[in-house]
Design a protein around this ligand. Structure first.
Ligand SMILES: [Fe+2]
Length: 379
């Protein structure tokens, strides 16, 4: 199996650094709660919170309903845009996404699909509180509740990334922690338009890297593209669940594995993208083990290391980055070792079941909890 390097200590409960607040309910230590600039977003983990396996639903992407001229989003004379790279990423100023109309939100979905990543500056979204973000996000698809990560006490739908100011040296056993992934790609219907904002962060560092998997597909030779056609990959949430358990954390929904096409087609843009990532993809199901490792390692190397198909988002206060999880892989950059907290949250609307051919869009399927030797439900 291609190497699995899923270790994001900033999303799971850690029995070393966090503490029990009351029976079954976990929270960060008192000293961190006392000094937090945004305590309403601090992660909590409720041991009693349990969810059923996710069920198939028909996804109609809001981007399909958008006016392609984007009149409600990029208002003339009011909004300014600046591309981060020619093909991937745009920085936008002059509009509050929290005030978008239904039409404006549809246009946002389309624009994010087209640009892969859109970075909105000077936003008031986080200041409106966690519940507002939840309601806002629902327009784009049913919100994903993460099986292991912490969430604000009021809003289980938000996924919190939290690094404590006294975090231990993450590089003790690793040379780097770059880990490109597409969020929760193990789900039957992984996310589409995805929102992320840092509510408290270091003065320098903690950027996010994005790799354009449409461009990565387009760079392949026609013969290689042809070879990938019809291949499928297994994506797994098992290691993430085990990682949380090992840290004394929660598993709110039993882990799943799902099989998706290696090349997926975007329902709004019609573009093909490579849909594998070193965080969650485990195997090409049609190939033998060595062949699968060989191919996946080639694709990971191609996506993760081709800096000429990547963009970097720099966080300023009140920045909201929106990416299309079907179009980009991304990685945190954990490059600061100052005693500074980083508290961020994600709104994660789910989207369609990935397909190679759009004629297969919204074909029902079932996602069952993993049963096998690598995961024990109770231990
Ligand atoms: Fe992520």
């Amino acid at each position: 199996m291609a190497p699995v390097r899923y270790t994001n200590p900033n999303t799971v409960y850690s029995r070393i650094q966090d503490e029990d607040e009351e029976e079954g309910f976990l929270t960060v230590a008192k000293e961190h709660r006392a000094t937090s600039k945004a305590p309403e977003y601090l992660p909590t983990w409720n041991r009693k919170e349990k969810y059923e396996p996710l069920k198939f639903y028909e996804h109609k992407d809001p981007g399909l309903k958008a006016d392609p001229a984007l009149p409600n989003l990029l208002k003339k004379g009011v909004v300014t845009t600046k591309n981060i790279t020619p093909k991937l990423g745009t920085e936008v100023r002059g509009i509050q996404i929290s005030e978008l109309t239904e039409e404006g939100k549809n246009e946002l979905a389309l624009y994010v699909a087209q640009r892969g990543l859109v970075v909105f500056r000077d936003q008031d979204l986080a200041s409106k509180g966690p519940e507002f973000s939840v309601e806002f996000g629902k327009h784009f698809g049913p919100l994903h509740i993460h099986p292991t990560s912490g969430a604000p006490r009021t809003s289980p739908e938000l996924h919190v990334v939290y690094r404590r100011a006294d975090a231990k040296n993450l590089f003790e056993n690793r040379n780097n922690l770059v880990g490109f992934h597409s969020d929760v790609s193990y789900e039957l219907q992984p996310p589409g338009t995805t929102f992320f904002t840092v509510v408290e962060g270091p003065e320098a560092g903690g950027d996010t890297l994005f790799a354009d998997t449409v461009e990565a597909y387009n760079r392949l030779s026609p013969a290689f593209q042809k070879r990938l056609e019809g291949l499928h990959a297994l994506h797994s949430g098992v290691e993430q669940a085990n990682f949380s358990k090992r840290n004394g954390g929660v598993v709110k929904r039993e882990p799943v594995q799902n099989i998706h096409p290696v090349v997926r087609t975007h329902p709004v843009t019609g573009q093909k993208a490579l849909y594998v990532n070193s965080g969650f993809t485990r195997k090409i199901v049609e190939l033998k083990e060595e062949e699968s490792d060989y191919l996946l390692n080639f694709l990971y190397n191609h996506i993760n290391n081709s800096h000429d198909l990547q963009a970097r988002a720099r966080w300023e206060p009140n920045t909201v980055a929106v990416w299309d999880n079907r179009r980009v892989n991304h990685s945190a950059v954990l490059d600061w070792d100052t005693a500074e907290t980083r508290l961020a949250y994600r709104i994660t609307p789910t989207a369609e079941r990935p397909v190679y051919d759009l004629k297969d869009l919204n074909t029902p399927a079932e996602s069952k909890p993993y049963e096998g030797p690598d995961y024990k439900k109770e231990d």
